[in-house]
Design a protein around this ligand. Sequence first.
Ligand SMILES: [Zn+2]
Length: 246
Amino acid sequence: MTFNRHASAAPVSTGRRSLLRAAAATTALVGTGLGAGASSAAGTSPARTPSTPRTPEEALRELAAGNRRWRTFHQRHPHETPTVRRSLVAGQKPFAVVLGCIDSRVPPELVFDQGLGDLMTVRSAGEVLDEAVLGSIAYGALELDIPLIVVLGHQSCGAVSAAVQADETGEQLPAHIQYLADQIRPAIDHGQQGAARIDSTITRNVSMVRSRLAADRDLAERVATGRLAIAGARYELATQRVHVLA
Ligand SMILES: [Zn+2]
C-alpha cells in the first residue's frame, strides 16, 4: 500500500478530513485489486466522462491503482486508441495535475500508467516553482476544475543533489541552474550528512513546494470546500513505488 498518507492545505481541516477518507478508500481498493479496474481499462470507450475521477478521493485512487499496475509490470498504457484520440479532439478533462521533476526516469504518465487526456503534467527540475509553473498549475485547478494536484519528487534527484552540493561548496552554478539551487536551498536538511542529506532534502523540498501551493489563496479556497486536494509524493526509482508524504 503506497498512498497511505495524505496531506492537504495545512490549516484547512475540511481538506484534511477529505483526504483521510481518501486514504481509507484507497487502502481498501488497492488492497483488493479493485482499484485498477474501474476507470481506465483499455481506453476503448470515447465516453470516458462517467468513469473519469471527479473528486480528490477518486483521483488519488486512480493514481494509486495506476502506480500499482506500473510497479507490478501490469501497465495498460490506457487511452491511446484511435477512438480515444478522436474523442479528445473536442476537449480534455484531465483528473490530476502532476508537478514533477524533469528527470527522464520519472515520466508521470508512465509511473501512474495513465494516457491521453488523463494528466496535466507540469515539470521543472526539482519541482521548482516559478510564475510559469504556478500559472500552469492554477490553470489546471481553476480553469479545468481538476480535483487533485500532486507534487512528485523522486529518489536520486539530480537537481536537489546539485543544490545541496552548491550549498556545501559555495560553488556558483550557471545562471539559470543557480536559480533552481536557490529555490531548493531552504529545504536543505543540515541535520543530515552526505547521501542522507540529499535524500532528506528531496522529501523536504516536496513538502516545501506543496506548502507553497497550499498557501495560494485561490487554491486554498478550493481545498477548503473539498473540491481540490494538494498532495506531496515521492517516486522511488528502486521500487517504482509512489508514496504520499505527510
Ligand atoms: Zn529530479
